[in-house]
Design a protein around this ligand. Structure first.
Ligand code: SF4
Length: 197
């Protein structure tokens, strides 16, 4: 059983898999405490019903989805071995969006690591990240990005993403930064522009 805040079939709006159809499972619980978090309702674990893993997977199977994204909250507050094994055994691709602040569990086709200053990632996850996504809220986040760039494996995709409410201010800074540091790319939360979940 896992605490589920919501689950829905949509398109992935950000990062490397942007634009792909994806079934999202948003798990409840987060102790990271980002001041700008846009899913604060996820934080309190007790507000989200426990759902049997088989039931969750059966919802995914009712759609044409190939890709399943596990997000939160902070999904690694829960052991995800059983959920991801079942999904992969049924042929689904498993992606996770995590701050890395809890031990890595689960079997993943893609790990999107988005480290947060409010509760830093555990070092063990960094070499496993396929994608490093830094949310830029102010200028100091570029330093935060460089610190983690040095710790991920070669070939890890590097993304800078404007914090939604600060986008007008920080997007021009990100563009300039990327022009000077072209190993980084811009990630936009396209789902918010096109108004899908
Ligand atoms: S890690 Fe994610 S869910 Fe948790 S506080 Fe930060 S943005 Fe919100």
């Amino acid at each position: 059983m896992l605490p589920v805040m919501e689950h829905f079939y949509t398109i992935q709006g950000e990062g490397y898999h942007q634009g792909r159809a994806a079934y999202f499972i948003r798990l409840g619980g987060c102790d990271v405490g980002c001041v700008w978090c846009d899913v604060k309702d996820s934080w309190d674990l007790s507000r989200h019903p426990l759902v049997p893993i088989e039931e969750l997977v059966s919802h995914v199977e009712q759609t044409p989805a190939k890709l399943v994204v596990i997000t939160g909250g902070e999904p690694l507050m829960h052991n995800l071995d059983e959920l991801t094994s079942l999904l992969q055994s049924k042929g689904f691709e498993t992606n996770i969006e995590t701050s890395g602040a809890h031990p890595l569990s689960g079997s993943w086709n893609w790990i999107c690591l988005s480290p947060k200053k409010f509760k830093a990632p555990l070092p063990g996850i960094l070499p496993h990240a396929n994608e490093l996504k830094i949310v830029v809220f102010n200028r100091s986040d570029f330093e935060w990005a460089e610190k983690h760039e040095a710790l991920v494996a070669p070939g890890c995709k590097l993304y800078l993403q404007p914090e939604w409410d600060k986008a007008d201010t920080v997007t021009p800074l990100i563009i300039e930064y990327i022009k000077q540091n072209p190993q980084w790319e811009l990630s936009l939360q396209v789902h918010k522009y096109i108004n899908v979940p």
